[in-house]
Design a protein around this ligand. Structure first.
Ligand code: ACO
Length: 337
């Protein structure tokens, strides 16, 4: 078999969630909201909040260490590192480089970030797969790590109730066996709708000033209704197109692991695909929307719960700021616990 035909599969998975839990009841004391409103409109009951000095690189390093330890491997075994984040530790260098140093990865490997907001993990998986299929890299860490609590306006009830912090890491490995691991995928973007979900200030186009900070341009802003509408349409369409590409139907997919944004989005996508919610595992209630970290967190939990079994077909699908979206169909390779 030529190296161009190598398969890429998830050899191990690890997660990290910050210790601090912020409940809906606590939020009700901060903004004009209620546990009942948040639960019925989003399905979220609580979320994790990183400590002041706890950065995405710290959370990502912990998730990675767990994945490596489960695989019985060490940092020296990693040939490539990609971090998906919309809340990098600092504008530069990349969170990946900071994480490389914290984890003690080798210095002869590429380390970089992917910026695709909540679709970041799906984007990063595909980038890693395409770099690995040639045989140039045997093992890659693909990490989703976010500290959304640092970009949320805690006085804006329309956004602050939705987001949380956390990290998940997938350790990818190549295999000469065809048909295992990451099978088919699709990525897309629509920058014409960038303003539906964005952070207006702080970049080189609009560096922070006293005024911009007073205006709250350092915070995430979102048109929730429009984002909701786009999310349902593109997530359902992406799943359908990836299934068509693979010559499969939704009936053959054991589990759909969508980006955990809002339980009503998940229900609407499941409805459009004609799939029961029993095949859409969700941990939204306990983590909220953790952006690029949400899929690895949900995937790990569904696996730990014994839902996902060796050989299952799984569709992961995401949607986020950009706008961006992506879906990947994979055949699960039982990882070590
Ligand atoms: N508590 C109480 N009331 C609230 C709250 C709150 N936390 N937030 C909004 N409201 C009020 C609104 O002010 C509005 O009041 P009004 O009717 O007097 O104007 C009312 O509740 C209804 O608000 P809607 O915006 O219509 O509520 P909706 O049912 O659309 O739900 C929500 C809002 C949860 C934001 C929903 O639109 C949504 O989930 N959108 C998608 C968001 C998303 O997934 N974003 C992440 C994308 S991924 C990424 O890249 C980060």
């Amino acid at each position: 078999m030529s190296s161009a035909e190598l398969s890429v599969f998830i050899r191990a998975i690890g997660v990290h969630a910050p210790a601090r839990t912020l409940t809906n009841a606590e939020l009700s004391g901060m903004v004009d909201t209620s546990d009942e409103w948040i639960k019925t409109r989003s399905g979220i009951a609580e979320r994790r909040i990183a400590a002041a000095g706890e950065a995405p690189s710290d959370m990502g390093a912990k998730a990675s260490a767990q994945a490596l330890s489960r695989a019985g491997l060490t940092p020296a075994d990693v040939d490539l590192l990609i971090v998906a984040t919309m809340t990098p530790d600092v504008p530069f260098p990349s969170t990946a480089c900071l994480l490389q140093a914290k984890l003690g990865l080798r210095r002869d490997i590429p380390c970089f970030d992917v910026s695709a907001a909540c679709s970041g993990f799906v984007y990063a998986l595909q980038v890693a797969k395409d770099m690995m299929r040639s045989g140039a890299y045997r093992r890659a860490l693909v990490i989703g790590a976010e500290k959304l609590s640092s970009v949320v306006d805690w006085s804006d009830r329309t956004t602050c109730v939705l987001f949380g912090d956390g990290a998940g890491a997938a350790l990818l490995e190549t295999s000469p066996e065809p048909g295992v691991g990451l099978l088919a995928n699709l990525l897309g973007a629509d920058g014409n709708n960038a303003e539906l979900l964005h952070c207006a200030g702080g970049g080189s186009a609009s560096p922070h000033t006293g005024d911009s900070l007073r205006e709250g341009r350092q915070f995430l802003r979102m048109n929730g209704k429009e984002v909701f509408r786009h999310a349902v349409r593109v997530m359902a369409e992406s799943c359908e197109r990836v299934l068509a590409q693979a010559g499969l139907t939704s009936e053959q997919v054991a589990w759909f692991i969508p980006h955990q944004a809002n339980i009503r989005i998940l229900e609407a996508v499941a409805g459009q695909l004609n799939v029961g919610m029993d095949r859409f595992p969700s941990n939204l209630a306990r983590y909220g929307n953790t952006s690029a970290a949400s899929i690895p967190l949900a995937l790990e939990e569904a696996w730990q719960d014994g839902k996902i079994k060796h050989g299952d077909l799984i569709m992961i699908v995401a949607f986020g700021a950009g706008l961006t979206w992506g879906a990947t169909l994979l055949r699960w390779h039982e990882p070590p616990r």
